[in-house]
Design a protein around this ligand. Structure first.
Ligand SMILES: Cc1cc2nc3c(=O)[nH]c(=O)nc-3n(C[C@H](O)[C@H](O)[C@H](O)COP(=O)(O)OP(=O)(O)OC[C@H]3O[C@@H](n4cnc5c(N)ncnc54)[C@H](O)[C@@H]3O)c2cc1C
Length: 429
């Protein structure tokens, strides 16, 4: 058997057949990297197998259009307790407070929204927090849609639409209990790219790229993990692939996962928060860089545009829920036409000529993410803890989905990865 330390790091080479290590980690996103650091600090050998040709997972700074933007995670949420504040400091990366330079304008079908309608919107948004203060969830959970039920369909739709851009999901598929426990706090930004920062955190770890894991056998002692280029034996395994990937059955477990784990997966869905970048050259159309436009005429199809952030030649559009799923299925050309039509009605027809490119990392259809981040279904908020329960004393599922109040975030994924490494240390795998 070849020793893992003899293999190069961060290479795009094959996984050697019968390589032996203490722990194999599947996925080189924030959770996988944190788990690998935790094991390394504990003196254990760990190899990270990553399907893509890059490190960082859903934290990804995209430069395909020239100027960089974060196509996945962008904010260091709840900075007061987020481990990335310290990691960034250790790596000498600046993390200032978020600041919105250019202001915010709301549109309805291409026209500035009337003041009365804006006030109605603001009132509707406030209803979620107001109801959370008074609702009794002790006996039973509710969907957020049911929480807002007696507002009436019109206001309820408006109140729910904000969740499309935060949770990325329709309100009837969100557990109110889970939503209520999500951590809040200050947001910081990473001007040099959150994705770049996460990728840098991978330095010095034994990461094998282009290694999509297709099977995990745990019918004998330890585990055998297989990719198209070979197998790897280990005493234990930490699985950090997104819940959407596990639910899609992309990794076969032999024997299959225990009923409790499968039941936990049934209780968690994936939202579809999506960012689409357009390259816009030559003109700023009189718009202050850093301005945001929200097209909110149709609550279900709400679209936010960040215009020329940090004076870059970019417009970054955001949407979520079923509308984002439709656009992901339609593909980049149809999406570019749709966004151009929306921008033309808000800015004028000259914008169409200035749009010279699109970058559309469609997380919903991407086989290595299958969505933006995990969302507990109504009544299923305990599924996160259930999913994190060690399996057979040698497999631990980690990642943002298992992060409790830190779920859906890079910080939560990191804490979950650290916890998984500690759990394996406890069971001495
Ligand atoms: C549009 C968008 C905006 C977001 N905004 C924020 C934000 O502002 N702040 C924030 O904190 N979070 C944000 N998030 C969420 C955040 O990106 C994730 O919660 C976090 O990155 C998840 O880390 P993870 O390690 O759990 O999973 P991932 O980062 O998804 O890592 C899992 C890894 O597993 C790999 N993988 C998948 N299948 C296989 C396989 N079969 N074999 C081997 N490897 C495999 C994947 O390629 C990936 O690298 C956002 C996400 C999206 C999509």
């Amino acid at each position: 058997m070849s020793a893992s330390l003899a293999l190069p790091m961060l290479g795009a080479h094959a996984a050697d057949t019968d390589v032996q290590t203490d722990v194999v980690i599947i996925g080189a996103g924030a959770a996988g990297l944190a788990a690998a650091h935790g094991l390394k600090a504990a003196g254990r050998k760990a190899i990270v197998l990553e399907a893509r040709d890059r490190v960082g997972g859903r934290a990804f700074t995209d430069t395909s259009l020239g100027p960089a933007y974060d196509a996945g995670a962008m904010f260091i949420h709840w900075a007061e307790r987020n481990p990335w504040v310290q990691i960034a400091r250790d790596l000498g990366v600046a993390t200032p407070d978020e600041s919105w330079g250019g202001g915010f304008q709301v549109f309805s079908d291409g026209k500035p929204m009337a003041d009365a309608d804006r006030q109605k919107r603001r009132g509707a948004f406030g209803q979620i927090d107001r109801r959370l203060e008074t609702v009794d969830l002790a006996k039973r959970d509710l969907s957020v849609k049911d929480l807002l039920g007696d507002l009436g369909p019109d206001l309820s739709q408006i109140a729910s639409s904000g969740l499309l851009l935060s949770i990325g999901e329709e309100s009837d598929r969100i557990s109110t209990r889970d939503y209520q426990r999500l951590w809040a706090g200050d947001d910081l930004v990473v001007p040099s790219g959150y994705g770049n920062l996460v990728a840098r955190y991978g330095a010095g770890l034994d990461i094998r790229l282009n290694q999509p894991v297709g099977e995990i056998r745990w019918d004998g002692p330890g585990v055998v993990v297989t990719t198209p280029s070979g197998s790897l034996r280990a005493n234990a395994c930490i699985v950090t692939v997104p819940v959407g990937v596990l639910k899609a059955g992309a990794i076969r477990f032999t024997p299959e996962l225990p009923m409790r784990t499968r039941d936990a997966l049934d209780g968690i869905g994936m939202g579809a928060l999506t960012k689409i970048a357009l390259k816009v050259e030559g003109d700023r159309f009189g718009i202050t860089p850093g301005t945001s436009f929200l097209e909110a005429g149709s609550p279900h199809r709400m679209m936010n545009f960040d215009l020329f952030p940090e004076d870059k030649d970019l417009i970054v559009a955001y949407c979520g829920g079923d509308h984002a799923r439709e656009l992901s299925a339609a593909g980049p050309d149809a999406t570019r036409d749709h966004l151009t039509t929306l921008l033309t009605s808000m800015i004028g027809s000259d914008i169409a000529k200035a749009i010279t490119g699109i970058s559309f990392p469609a997380w919903w259809t991407d086989p290595f993410s299958r969505g933006s981040y995990s969302v507990c279904l109504p009544g299923r908020e305990a599924a996160r803890e259930q999913l994190a329960e060690p399996i057979g004393g040698r497999i631990v599922i980690a990642g943002e989905a298992t992060a409790g109040g830190g779920a859906m975030t890079v910080g939560g994924a990191t804490l979950a990865g650290r916890a998984a490494a500690a759990a394996l240390a406890r069971i001495k795998a």
